[in-house]
Write a protein that binds this ligand. Sequence first.
Ligand code: COA
Length: 387
Amino acid sequence: MKIGIDNIGFYTSNLFLDMAKLAKKRNEDPNKYLIGIGQEKMAVIPKTQDIVTLGANAASQIVTDDLMDEIDLVIVGTESGMDNSKSAAAYIANLLGLKNSIRTFEIKQACYGATAGLQMAKDYIQIHPDKKALVIGADIAKYGLKTKGEPTQGGGAVAMLVSANPKLLAFDGDSTYYAEDVMDFWRPLGYSEAKVDGKFSTNVYLDFLSHVYADYQDTYGAKLTDFASFAFHLPYTKQGLKAIKFLIQNEPEEVQASYLNKFEASRKYNKIVGNLYTGSLYLSLLSLLENADFLKENDKIGLYSYGSGAQGEFFAMKLVEGFQSVLTGKTKNLLAKREEISVEEYEKIYQSTLNYRDNEVFDVTEDHARYVLAKIDDTKRIYIKQF
Ligand code: COA
C-alpha cells in the first residue's frame, strides 16, 4: 500500500517587503540580500495573523467537506507557539469544523517539526489506512530589526493531507536521520525573537546533511542520479544552494549544471516569501512541483529536513500517477496578489507584533484572510472566520 501526501495547501499574509529596499535602508548592497542571501521579497505577517490563523488558512485550501469525517489526526509543527499549554492544532481543528473524535497536538523541534509530524502521520496511516491525517507546519520567523538575521525573516504555513493511495507523492520508505545537542539557534521562553549563531548554524545544517546523505547512500545503495530533483529546508535560499552544491560536488560538469538548474524551481516561492521555519522545506517542495517542467510520474525527489538544536533527516518521495491534477496553481495566484509595503510600515507592524496586550481588539478590516485573530479576551485568543 502506498502512503503519502494527497494534497498540499499554503498560506502567507497578503503583505510583502522588497528586499532591495530593505537593503538600502540598512546601508547594505542590495545584491547581498538578492544574491548573497538569495531573498527577493519577505512576507510580513500582521497582528491579525498568528500560527493558528496561518495554519487554518493553509489547511482550508485542501480540507474539503468530504474529508470532515475522515481526518482524525491533526499535528501542528511550530516553533512560534503562542501558548505554553494549548496546542495550535486544537484551535485549528475547531476553526476548520473537524469532528470531535479526533487527536490534536503540537510538535516542537525547531524547523524539523513538520517533518516529525509527517513521519508520525505516515506511521499512523500505515495501521489506519482508512483514515487521513492533517499535518501543518506554521511559523513566523523573527530575528529582530537591524539584526544580521533580519533579511532571513518571513512567515506562513504549509498544510499536508497524509493518506493511503495519495494523489501527489508517495513515501519511498527510505529515511536516515541524525541528532546532536547543538546551540546554533534557540528562543528562550519569554523571548519573541530567536537567538542564532548565524554562521555556525549554516555550517551545522551542512554538516548534518553530510551525515544523513552518506548514511542514506550506505544504507540504500543510492546515487545522486536516482533523484530527479531535491527539496531542502530553506531558511534563506542561498542555504539550499550550498546544500545542492555539496551533493553534486563529485559529479561531472553537465550533471552539476542540470541539478543546479533544477534547484531554481525549488526555491522560486521561498525567494519571495522568506523563512517559514517548519514549513520551509514543504514550500520548497511545492515550489518545485508547481514550477518544474521536467518532473514526471515515478520520479524520486530527495528531501532534506533540518531543525536547529539539532535534528536532520533525509528521505525520498515518489510522484504518483496523475500527480499534475492536484497542482491547481493556487499558490502562484496567492503570491501574485500580495501588496507591497514600505520599510517604515514593515517596522511598525514588526514592533506591534512583539507584544499582545490583554483585552486588545484588532482591526481585521484590512486582513482579507478567511481566518483572523480578532481579539484577546481575558488572555484568551479569539479567532473568527470571515467568509
Ligand atoms: N553581492 C553578492 N553576494 C554578497 C554581497 C554582494 N554585494 N555581499 C555579501 N555577499 C554574500 C557573502 O559573500 C555571503 O555569501 P556566503 O554565505 O556564500 O559566504 C552572503 O552574502 C552573506 O553575507 P555575510 O557577510 O556572511 O552576511 P551576514 O554576516 O550578514 O550573515 C547570515 C548572513 C545568513 C548568517 C545571517 O543572515 C543569519 O544569521 N541568518 C539566520 C541564519 C539561519 O537562518 N540559520 C538557520 C539555519 S537552519
